[in-house]
Design a protein around this ligand. Structure first.
Ligand code: CP
Ligand code: NVA
Length: 315
């Protein structure tokens, strides 16, 4: 994905860095790629992309490797112990070294700072494959899914219930940039990142999006067209599990809570899911659930991101 001569490189670190128009273009490109899997099939011909993973992954790893293959490129998976990001050598040296070999870097990290460092020192585009702060690739696939199901994003009431984590931060940004009415219900002490809330509120001023933060799941879910939840224990928080399961009592998505949503609501979850914790099996495996459409859309959305970063021309 090395940008052409004279072009400024662009990274995909946060949806904050992309305008509403750019997000809309990414969604259109993803749709085009989905309807014609051969589209862009030579795009990464002769190019390699490094996939740095500090954490486990099913969807992200497999959809990136498959997407890169479908675009004619070569994916190099680097497991947590392979390059030992931040331990074996400075992140700057890793970024500069990889830039001499590959045309793009996809990274799943613990600390968002590592991602910023990779982007700062790499001369090739860097894509955020999840950090403690955000998960924009997942959310691009999610809003593609919402658009497919309802034919629009603007005005959709989107309820997120649970932990104010990396998913929540990115969903807030996406909702704000696309004019959704996004309601987030978390227990006290588990609210989303303040910086993301502020950025989302600023974006909402121009798009007409509505942002509501509450501690009441019923307030968030009432009349919602989308109900979204995520794990209560994110990767890296395993030692907080007992406390978290206690603190999140009352935030489970079950049939009773879902019954106050719009009658045509869709249930979404980025996965991996924990039936009996954040969601009951009858909801996640029921007729409103679109979880595998979301998972599929990772592939199309990420192919769109790779093409977009490569062809971006600095204005
Ligand atoms: N949703 C998601 O990112 O899944 P993985 O952790 O399996 O990649
Ligand atoms: N919040 C979760 C998302 C997994 C895709 C985590 O960070 O583990």
């Amino acid at each position: 994905m090395k940008p052409g001569k004279g072009l400024m490189k662009r990274d995909f670190i946060s949806l904050k860095d992309f305008s509403s128009g750019e997000i809309s273009n990414l969604l259109s490109l993803a749709k085009q790629l989905k309807s014609n899997p051969r589209h862009g099939c030579d795009f990464l011909k002769g190019k390699s992309v490094a996939l740095i993973f500090q954490k486990p992954s099913n969807r992200t790893r497999v959809s990136f490797e498959t997407g890169i293959f479908q675009l004619g490129g070569n994916a190099i998976y680097l497991a947590p112990d392979d390059i030992s990001l931040g331990k074996r050598e400075p992140t700057a040296d890793i970024a500069k070294t990889l830039s001499r070999y590959v045309d793009g870097i996809v990274a799943r990290v613990f600390s968002h700072h590592d991602l910023l460092d990779l982007a700062k020192y790499a001369t090739v585009p860097v894509i955020n494959a999840l950090s403690n702060l955000s998960h924009p690739c997942q959310v691009l696939a999610d809003i593609l899914t919402v658009q497919e199901k309802f034919g629009k994003l603007k005005g959709i009431k989107f309820a997120y219930i649970g932990d104010g984590n990396n998913m929540t931060n990115s969903l807030l940004m996406a909702g704000a940039k696309t004019g959704m009415a996004i309601s987030v219900a978390t227990p006290k002490g588990y609210e989303p990142d303040r910086g993301y809330v502020k950025a989302a509120e600023d974006a909402a001023k121009t798009t007409g999006a509505k942002i509501v933060l509450t501690h009441d799941p019923r307030e968030a879910v009432k009349g919602a067209q989308v109900i979204y939840t995520d794990t209560w224990v994110s990767m890296g928080q395993e030692d907080e599990k007992t406390q978290r399961l206690k603190d999140f009592e009352g935030y489970q998505i079950d049939e009773k809570l879902a019954s106050i949503a719009d009658k045509n609501y869709i249930f979404m979850h980025c996965l991996p899911a924990h039936r009996g914790q954040e969601v009951t099996a009858d909801v996640i495996d029921g007729p409103h659930s679109v979880i595998f459409d979301e998972a599929e859309n990772r592939l199309h959305a990420q192919k769109a991101v790779m093409i977009y970063l490569h062809t971006f021309k600095h204005q």
